[in-house]
Design a protein around this ligand. Structure first.
Ligand SMILES: [Zn+2]
Length: 137
């Protein structure tokens, strides 16, 4: 019997494809509005601040802090059995956006709000690289 597969993101999504392409290169990139400079996530056609449609994908530092988190002690998907328990964290990036991810390389019970973290890249398949975070060195 083969192990169940974890769900994977649609890396060809028309708004988010540049994010996944950058992740494959082990870079964290997000849209920066060319009109007002607002850096946004998730990717959208219009800037939520000024509604302009023009943007550039810019490289971010990958640094931020844990804004909030939850620890999963109950298995909802058998594909995650080897990860139990695991965290889902809301990361406040230094450039402004917040994104959901996992903090890896630490016992989830040791997570605390405001913990400094940095991005790490997990190559899952040749097409999919996930952006996760670890405690900052
Ligand atoms: Zn804008």
């Amino acid at each position: 019997m083969t192990s169940p597969q974890k769900p994977l993101p649609d890396v060809n999504d028309r708004h988010r494809a540049p994010f996944w392409a950058a992740a494959r290169e082990h870079q964290l990139k997000m849209q920066k509005c060319t009109a007002c400079g607002y850096v946004r996530w998730p990717a959208t056609q219009h800037c939520p601040e000024c509604l302009d449609e023009n943007d550039n994908w810019v490289a971010l530092s990958g640094k931020g802090k844990v804004w909030s988190f939850g620890i999963y002690n109950h298995l909802f998907n058998a594909a995650f059995a080897d990860d139990m328990p695991y965290d889902v964290a809301l990361i406040q990036l230094d450039e402004g956006p917040q994104m959901y991810s996992n903090v890896v390389g630490i016992d989830p019970d040791l997570l605390v709000p405001d913990m400094r973290v940095e991005a790490v890249f997990e190559d899952v398949t040749p097409e999919v690289t996930l952006v996760k975070f670890r405690p900052a060195s």
